[in-house]
Each structure stands twice: as C-alpha cells, then as structure tokens.
Design a protein around this ligand. Structure first.
Ligand code: SF4
Length: 396
C-alpha cells in the first residue's frame, strides 16, 4: 500500500488505483460521501504517485467573441442573452501572437485559441479558417508554448488539419452530466459534444474536456460527468465553477446567496454558484481518483467561489493544472497570484515547455498587465455587483 487514510472505502479505492484499475460510477458515488479531509489526502496521494509534482498552467485568448447562436445558460457570449459584452470577429494572427507572448511571459505552458460559436467552418468561412491556421503557425514558430484550440464542432477534415498543424489538446467541454445537460443547453445535445470530441481524438489530438460546477446539478451529476469523461478519454479535465454573468439564464437565477459558494459564509457577497467550498474540494479529489492520469485543471470561477485563503485547497486535493490569466469574458487574477496559490499548496509550477522564472512573474504583479487592445469586454457577473474584488469566469 502506497498511502493509507484510515478510511476503508478510500483506502480500498486508492489501492486499486495504484494497481492500475479504473474506478467506476459506484466507486465515485461512494467516495463522494466520504469526509472531505480524507478525500483530499487521497486525491493528493494519487497526484503525487502518478504526477510530476508540478501544476501545469494554460492560458487562453478569446479569439472571436460573442454572437454565438447557441443558448448555453451560463454563457455571456450567446445571442440569446443580453450581457453587454463587446463582440468582435476573429482577431487575426498578430493579436493572437500578442496574447501568446503574454501567456509565455506569465508562465503558461499551453496556449489555447478559443472562438465563440458552434464551429469555425473551413467550408463556410475559408478566410477565417486560413487566419486560424496562420495564427497557430505563428505561435508555434515564435513561442515556447504547446498550442491548443477550442473551435467548436469540427469536421473530420478540419480535425485532421488541426492535428497536422500541431494542435495538442482540442477543448470542448461537456459542462455537466448527460442527464442535466438539457437543463442548461437547448440548442444542441450532449451527444453532439461527445461526437466532436471523438472526431478530434480520431484525428490524433489529445482531449481537454471538463465541467462547470454549481449550475444546480446534483452530486451524482458531478460523478456522472466524470464517468462520461472516462468513456471519452481526456488528458486534461478543466473544472470550472459557475460565475453567473448578469443577463444569462444562470446569471439571473438565484441559486445561492451565501457568498464564496459556502453556506457557512452567510452575509458575504452573492456568487450564485450552487456549491460549497467543501463540495468543490471533494469533487476535485474524486475526479483525481477517477482520472489518475489526466491533468485536473482549476479554471474559471475559482476566484469568485473560493475565498483568497481557500484557493489552494483544490490543489491540496489533487488538482495539478490551472488556467491562468484572463478568462473568455472576465478578468482573472494576476499570474503571480496564481503561482502563489500553487506554492501555498506545496507544489511548483510546471516549466517543462516554457522555462520561465516564477519569482519574476510574482514580482511583476499586475503593473504591466494592460489589457490587450482587442480584449473582450468584461462581463458583469452577479458577484461583481456585490463584491468589487470578484474576478473569474466560467469558460467553454
Ligand atoms: S458556451 Fe460556447 S457554444 Fe455555448 S453559447 Fe457560449 S460560445 Fe456558444
């Protein structure tokens, strides 16, 4: 036995994970019912056993913002919601490169080009497609970064081209469980998302696909989403926590009025996310055990739903990835603050691809973090209305 918590359910699961067994839905549900501290210890043990002791940072650019015809209930970029964000067409290679260089400077290892729409289409918009490809090439030539993409639905031909151009991860989040998905999205189905991921995988790209917690799903839905991701086969699993944006379906709902997603914090700002800090930590730990070889990556909404002194807790429960920098429609905290969170959990940033100096990033703070000239307008989250310092977003 590599590690024991003293909890029979957890220790049995740990032993099987260390033996190479894949845990199933029954295991996931049983684990989720165990004490938070023991689950977190187990998650950390699995990360330490299979991982390299680092936290991998990725960064994204919102390369085409708003006017998406889909109706995802959490998304500020849908035409179905009036959120007041700036909208713009594809930024083009120069702006994308500018964002990539900033990500490289800030210690990211991976850089993702994200567009807001059902799918970039080589056939319908060949000029835009050519710009996407040119952007990928420029970033690969000029930056020490792995490059990823999140371009919506893909044809087999498009997926083959992206793989050939060197896209590492293709991102397409499943958002939640198959059961709960129709409550959140009406214009496409869960199976459509899975189909795109399969096209990307068949073309040879690794998959980055994850969830948004706190949208009103049950704990069972959280496990079911992780099981669906097992079946799909992901190497990066983003865990967003809902940061409700005013004007969206979920931004105008009133899930939780307690603050920082924790019912014990009554009186704090209203974040709207229907999840507690303990549930976030437990879910991360269970995801770690269900996906021992994937990067479990803390992404949008963490700054809003976790108090500053809590942000390191998911990393103590086995998370080993982070989305640093700004999100799609809202600001993130500084890259230096993200590094400090990682270090508070006793971990160090990954520097395998981009050998940056963490001390220099921390020392710089936010002094020269002027927004990109073309950056997306910052959407107003429900939390923003009540807490000036709230940051973060839910990403797709
Ligand atoms: S989440 Fe993606 S597909 Fe859904 S509305 Fe937003 S940009 Fe469109």
């Amino acid at each position: 036995m590599v590690y024991e918590t003293g909890n029979r359910t957890i220790d049995d699961a740990l032993e099987r994970v260390f033996d190479g067994e894949t845990l199933d839905r029954t295991d996931g549900l049983a684990l989720l019912a165990q004490p938070t501290d023991q689950l977190a210890a187990a998650g950390a043990a699995v990360r330490d056993h299979f991982g390299d002791g680092t936290v991998d940072a990725c960064s994204i650019v919102n390369a085409k913002a708003g006017n998406c015809a889909e109706d995802c209930g959490f998304c500020a970029q849908s035409v179905h919601f009036d959120t007041g964000i700036d909208t713009y067409g594809f930024l083009g290679p120069e702006k994308i490169l500018e964002a990539a260089k900033r990500a490289e400077r800030d210690g990211a290892q991976r850089f993702g080009i994200v567009v807001a729409e059902r799918g970039v289409s080589k056939e319908k918009r060949p000029e835009e497609w050519a710009e996407v490809i040119e952007s990928i090439r420029r970033v690969r030539e000029e930056c020490d970064l792995e490059i990823d993409a999140s371009l919506g639905i893909l044809t087999e031909e498009e997926a083959a081209i992206l793989a050939e151009e060197g896209i590492g991860h293709y991102n397409h989040n499943i958002e939640t469980s198959p059961r709960y998905f129709p409550e959140i999205v009406g214009t496409h189905e869960f199976e459509d998302r899975v189909a795109t991921l399969e096209v990307a995988k068949d073309a040879g790209m690794d998959l980055c696909a994850g969830v948004i917690l706190g949208m009103g799903e049950t704990p069972t839905d959280r496990v079911d989403a992780a099981i669906a991701l097992q079946e799909i086969g992901v190497s990066s699993l983003p865990v967003n926590v809902l940061n409700p944006v005013a004007g969206t379906a979920l931004g105008d709902s009133d899930c939780d009025e307690s603050g920082y997603g924790d019912d014990t914090d009554a009186g704090d700002a209203n974040t709207g996310a229907d999840i507690t800090t303990e549930e976030i930590v437990e879910t991360v730990a269970v995801y770690r055990l269900l996906h021992p070889h994937a990067r479990v990556r803390l992404t949008g909404g963490r700054e809003v739903n976790l108090a500053p002194e809590e942000q390191h807790l998911p990393f103590e429960a086995g998370a080993d990835g982070i989305l640093t920098g700004d999100y799609l429609t809202t600001d993130g905290q500084s890259a230096g603050e993200d590094i400090e969170i990682v270090e508070r959990a006793g971990l160090e940033p990954n520097r395998e691809v981009n050998d940056f100096d963490p001390a220099a990033v921390k020392a710089r703070g936010t002094d020269d973090d002027a927004p990109l000239e073309t950056a997306a307008g910052t959407a107003t989250s429900t939390a923003d209305k009540t807490r000036e310092s709230s940051r973060g977003s839910t990403d797709d």
